[in-house]
Design a protein around this ligand. Structure first.
Ligand code: KG4
Ligand code: ZN
Length: 360
């Protein structure tokens, strides 16, 4: 089986070919064009700019993915495209292009949930078996999912306000650091004193499993305003204190979830926590999570960075998983892009989880 995947839900235009034969799955190509430069001047993703950039780039990216894979549309078994959640302009571009390719090449279309792509990546890279936990921390999402099977997910925690990547981006913007904020904050934090500011650890110790970051953002703003104008050392100290507060808060939430998993699945010998999303690249956060997993007997699974952040290999792979599981919708050609599309239709929306973030 050989599937062409297309991803356009946020600010990466991506296409990939993934194959599965008798052995391990193979990523035959994975082309990702980031729009970071287009959005940098605005300190965040501008939906209209993103949609236009996808229109301009996608055909060439698909051609490049097929060429890199040494294959052609005739040899593809199906086309899988992200159909939500995300910025609707980009989703329309990707899904319509996929529909056109599928129709012209007489191939089936698979409408993939972007979050399912992230959720199943660890099976592509590490051959993980169900069930496992996924911590997804990116610019648009902050969630912990129980991954029970293909198409079978339970959201165990989500953010009630900002996504974690968004909190990094907003903190960077406040401090005059360049976009994207995560890497800038991490770099500045390296020479900072993490004990200088006692920022809050939102939700720490609370029984409710969810995340919250907007209070922390406010605390950072107040601290910065109180000592303005900021020297480079002030900025570094704020970043270090912020990063430590975030790691601490995240660690508390994740610890709670690991315990819940243990309670629910006492017979799973080596339970696993998978991380995905751009924030998972942060070394302080990673170290916290690794230590937590070690202490609790969980395997810490972090797919390679390029497959943790937005890409189309995860979409092609989700397509393969869906075909294998017999979960392909017969009427996918009629699928309308969904800007909101929770993986888990059971968990109720969280109070306060308004309309923020590209993919909140
Ligand atoms: O997964 P991703 O590339 O794109 C989506 O949001 O879908 O994640 C991007 C987010 C941005 O908010 C960025 O600031 C954050 O991940 N990020 C980081 C780091 N690298 C990227 N946050 C903290 N530390 C980092 N090293
Ligand atoms: Zn994503």
């Amino acid at each position: 089986m050989r599937i062409l995947g297309i991803e356009t839900s946020c600010d990466e235009t991506a296409a990939s070919v993934v194959a599965l034969g008798d052995g391990e799955p193979q990523i035959l190509s994975s082309v990702v064009l980031s729009q970071i430069e287009e959005h940098a001047a605005f300190g965040g993703v501008v939906p209209e700019i993103a949609a236009r950039a996808h229109v301009e780039a996608l055909d060439g990216i698909v051609e490049a993915a097929l060429a890199d894979a040494g294959t052609s549309l005739a040899e593809i078994d199906a086309v899988a495209a992200t159909a939500g959640p995300g910025l609707v302009g980009g989703l329309i571009v990707g899904l319509m292009t996929a529909k056109a390719i599928a129709a012209a090449a007489h191939k089936p279309l698979i409408a993939v949930n972007h979050l399912e792509g992230h959720a199943l990546t660890a099976r592509l890279t590490d051959g993980l078996s169900f069930p496992y936990l996924l911590l997804l921390v990116s610019g648009g999402h902050t969630q912990i999912l129980l991954v029970r099977g293909v198409g079978d997910y339970q959201r165990w925690a989500t953010t009630i306000d900002d996504a974690l990547g968004e909190a990094f981006d907003k903190t960077a913007k406040m401090l005059g650091l360049p976009y994207p904020g995560g890497p800038s904050v991490e770099k500045a934090a390296a020479s900072g004193d993490a004990s200088r500011f006692a920022f809050p650890r939102p939700m720490k110790g609370e029984a409710r499993p969810d995340f919250s970051f907007s209070g922390l953002k406010t605390a950072v703003r107040q601290a910065a305003t109180a000592i303005a104008p900021l020297s480079d050392q002030d900025v570094a100290d704020i970043c270090a204190s912020f990063q430590t507060a975030v790691s601490d808060a995240l660690g508390d939430r994740v610890a709670r979830t690991l315990a819940r998993f243990r309670g629910k699945y006492p017979d799973v010998k080596t339970p696993a926590l998978v991380v995905a999303g751009g924030v998972a690249a942060n070394k302080t956060i990673r170290a916290t999570l690794e230590a937590l997993c070690r202490d609790n007997g969980f395997a810490f699974v972090a797919p390679p960075h390029a497959l943790c952040t937005d890409n189309a290999a995860m979409i092609a792979w989700a397509g393969i998983e869906r075909v294998r599981a017999g979960l392909v919708e017969p009427d996918a050609m009629d699928f309308v892009p969904r800007s909101r599309w929770p993986l888990d239709s059971v968990s109720a929306p969280v109070v306060g989880s308004g309309r923020r973030g590209a993919k909140a």
